[in-house]
Write a protein that binds this ligand. Structure first.
Ligand code: MN
Length: 333
């Protein structure tokens, strides 16, 4: 039983701080809301924290359970912390310094590879398609009847977001079984959540997308694609960094493309890279060469810039990996 030890330990606390990772997404917020509801159903007070403002398309989840920015007064009330959808203390912003000042028991629940050994208890399931799937299992192992409509919607939101609406190869029969059970228990239809999360684009975002699409370049017989956005594009369309959610899927959708990189040229701050794979290319390994990381199929990294050298360097690493894969294919044939 995945959560046996977790449940036994967490019951000893009266107030638990539940953190989701910085620059929050639907998986961490959904997991945070569903986990906080679970704690409260079991007589444990929960306070949900994030250093960042919850993105607008996820604000509805905060109606189910409020998420606040941590301060010394609220965090002082917690006698333990749960950390969700991240596996290193620095993924949780202020948590790291708060914990250094006044350490309390910490419980991590996550699905990213290579977890840091920095928590008192870690539930790390790298094969899980989302952290929300793990929170579903927490309910399932304990008392599935505690999973109400709000928790079901929150978990469903995280699953569709982290699986690209069930498109990624992380999706298993179990993912779909969980989704089906959530629809039944929560008594809702899939489009209700999809529309809240994905159909909320602004005209400005689409104008930015059209500019970005013009920058697509293909390398190595169309196996690698790049696309970029720079600050003048953001200025011209009156958009910001957050308006690029999902953009990387466009170059990735070109036939033959095995991996795509979206580069965000943020001038002095450097170039932010989002890497995606829909092949045997491991973008986590790729990103690590640039001191970044993530999952096999989705990862991120920073390059000091300028943009041209970021593109050159990232392609060089990708080519190296393509060559290695080709060589392995030849050997196994
Ligand atoms: Mn996740």
């Amino acid at each position: 039983m995945l959560f046996q030890e977790f449940r036994k330990s967490i019951e000893e606390f009266t107030t638990v701080g539940v953190y989701s990772h910085i620059r929050p997404d639907a998986d961490c917020i959904g997991a945070q809301v569903a986990a906080s509801l679970w704690l409260e159903k079991n007589g444990i007070r929960a306070i949900a924290f994030n250093d960042y403002t919850v993105p607008q398309n996820l604000a509805w989840l905060c109606d189910y359970f409020p998420i606040e920015q941590p301060d010394s007064e609220s965090t002082a009330q917690c006698d333990a912390f749960i950390l969700l959808d991240g596996n290193s203390p620095d993924r949780f912003g202020s948590y790291e310094s708060i914990q250094k000042q006044f350490p309390r028991p910490s419980f991590m629940i996550d699905h990213h590879p290579e977890p840091k050994d920095a928590f008192d208890l870690s539930i790390s399931v790298v094969d899980a398609a989302s952290t929300c799937e793990l929170i579903y299992k927490l309910y399932q192992e304990h008392d599935i009847d505690q999973l109400d409509g709000q928790a079901a919607r929150a978990i469903y939101a995280g699953i569709i977001s982290d699986t690209g609406s069930f498109q990624y190869d992380s999706v298993t029969p179990e993912t779909l079984e969980i989704a089906a059970d959530l629809l039944r228990r929560g008594d809702f239809r899939p489009n209700e959540i999809v529309e809240k999360i994905f159909s909320n684009k602004t005209p400005r975002q689409l104008k930015l997308l059209s500019k970005a699409l013009h920058t697509i370049e293909l390398y190595e017989n169309n196996q690698i694609a790049t696309m970029y956005v720079n600050s003048s594009m953001l200025e011209e369309t009156n958009t910001s960094n957050e308006d690029m959610e999902g953009f990387v899927n466009y170059p990735l959708s070109i036939a033959e493309v095995k991996a795509a990189i979206l580069l965000k040229d943020l001038d002095d701050k450097g170039v932010k890279l989002s890497l995606r794979s829909r092949s045997e290319i491991d973008v986590n390994e790729w990103a690590k060469e640039l001191d970044g990381g993530g999952h096999k199929k989705a990862a991120g990294a920073w390059h000091p810039g300028p943009l041209e050298s970021a593109i050159r360097e990232v392609i060089k690493i990708g080519v190296k990996q393509l060559k290695r894969i080709e060589k392995n294919d030849l050997l196994t044939k």
